[in-house]
Design a binder for this molecule. Structure first.
Ligand SMILES: N[C@@H](CCC(=O)N[C@@H](CS)C(=O)NCC(=O)O)C(=O)O
Length: 212
């Protein structure tokens, strides 16, 4: 049985797992969980992930959740090269991935931003300001972290790692919300290198589309 990815086309956490599956050459079936229809909070999806979040990946007889945990599991069990071998290098890739997945992403989650809007009585302008502020703040730090001489064609060296897998969907979100990124030269160069690779291109929301 093929692995089943429960995802949403515009979800950046799902986008990360799509890239990892493609990079590792794992064929999978995608099942859309429509966040706009709140399907993530329905009984069927809560039985997959009690957090009511996408993605969830059914693989090897298990239901896995949390995109970074999924990516590391896939990498370890399929002998991938998405994480470096050395402990220090792995710490660097984790740190880059965490800037995005643990700092930027949680405060820009749609349900959190909807709560901010409700509490402040703010409309679309409040949402855009919020997104632009926190996405840019995190990406500026990410750009600085890339400047330590250990980046190459990609965030860590010359092959894609989990850091690139986190960066590309975050940049998609930055563009979606109008966050300024044109001055982030290292990030933009790496994003261009990623976009040229089919596993990244095939995972793009525009390629996947709303039907999953
Ligand atoms: N840390 C989680 C984050 C998952 C997450 O926040 N998913 C978002 C979409 S990107 C979601 O399902 N949001 C639905 C909601 O907030 O109700 C992961 O990396 O898998």
């Amino acid at each position: 049985m093929k692995p089943v990815l429960y995802d949403y086309w515009r979800s950046s956490a799902s986008y990360r797992v799509r890239i990892a599956l493609n990079l590792l050459g794992i064929a999978y079936e995608a099942v859309s969980v429509d966040l706009l229809k709140k399907e993530q909070l329905g009984e069927a999806h809560l039985s997959r992930n009690p957090q009511g979040l996408v993605p969830a990946l059914e693989i090897d007889g298990q239901m896995l959740t949390q995109s970074l945990a999924i990516i590391e599991y896939l990498n370890e069990t399929r002998s991938g090269s998405l994480m470096p071998g050395g402990a220090l290098e792995r710490a660097r890739v984790h740190a880059l991935a965490y800037i995005i997945a643990m700092e930027i992403h949680p405060v820009c989650n749609l349900s959190i931003v909807a709560d901010v809007m409700e509490r402040t009585g703010g409309g679309d302008a409040v949402r855009s300001d919020w997104m632009q502020k926190y996405i840019r703040k995190g990406l500026v730090a990410f750009e600085a972290r890339l400047g330590d001489g250990q980046s190459g064609e990609f965030c860590h060296g010359d092959t894609p790692t989990m850091a690139d897998i986190c960066l590309v969907p975050q940049l998609y979100n930055a563009n979606r919300w109008g966050a300024e990124t044109a001055d982030l030269a290292r990030i933009n160069a790496i994003a261009g290198n990623c976009a040229a690779l089919e596993p990244f291109a095939a995972a793009h929301p525009d390629r996947v589309g709303p039907s999953g």
